[in-house]
Write a protein that binds this ligand. Structure first.
Ligand SMILES: C[S@@+](CC[C@H](N)C(=O)[O-])C[C@H]1O[C@@H](n2cnc3c(N)ncnc32)[C@H](O)[C@@H]1O
Length: 187
């Protein structure tokens, strides 16, 4: 709208990593997500923001996130599905599943979707003062890798009020807790 808007400075990075408290468990890694983060059951939470559509094969991202989360851990995601490889020649095979299919993939991999919102109005990397504003109808979801029997026994030891639910969870298949257990724990 104005000359000031056109010449407004933008700082990169906007938060200096060196200003993060030294006691904070914070790190950055450069490299391919699929190759850098491979340790199974390591993380309590994975947050992806405008990221999953960067994959040539989004299923590999979903499987990798599932693998690195500890049982009971959460994946939080926000962003569109504007698949970055859809229009470029690529040596690999690429796929662009729409959200309803991706949702099935996420649950087939083993996640339980605990929160979900579609058509979330989001903007990305633009001048908020510009007369042109792009807006995404993003998807936001939180999903959980189900707790295993081992995790449930730990909960039983720490909180005997969960006993009733946990006994039912023992009936879950393949060592995975049933959905009701994870739902109960969130209350
Ligand atoms: C659309 S940007 C989003 C960045 C940031 N999450 C944000 O919200 O501003 C996607 C980022 O993912 C990075 N990226 C794409 N594929 C990746 C991969 N396989 N491993 C790690 N980073 C990747 C890109 O380089 C880019 O920086």
């Amino acid at each position: 709208m104005t000359c000031e808007h056109q010449l407004l400075a933008a700082k990169v990075p906007d938060v200096l990593p060196s200003t993060v408290q030294s006691s904070a468990n914070f790190s950055m890694a450069a490299g391919d997500f699929l190759k850098v983060y491979t340790e199974p059951d390591e993380w309590d939470c994975v947050a992806t923001c405008f990221f999953i559509d960067c994959a040539p094969n989004v299923i590999e991202f979903v499987e990798s996130i599932y693998n690195i989360l500890r049982p009971g851990g959460f994946w939080i995601n926000l962003g569109p599905l504007l698949y970055h490889y859809s229009d470029i020649q690529c040596s690999e095979d690429t796929i662009e599943p729409p959200y309803d299919i991706l949702r099935d993939i996420i649950t087939d991999v083993g996640f339980v979707i605990v929160k979900e919102k579609t058509a979330v109005k989001t903007k990305y990397a633009q001048n908020p003062n510009s007369m042109l504003q792009h807006e995404y109808n993003s998807v936001f979801f939180v999903c959980q890798k189900p707790a295993t029997i081992d995790t449930i026994f730990t909960i039983l030891v720490n909180d005997n009020t969960q006993a009733h639910t946990c006994v039912q969870c023992l009936e879950g298949e393949n060592g995975k807790a049933k959905k009701h257990h994870t739902q109960r724990r969130r209350r």
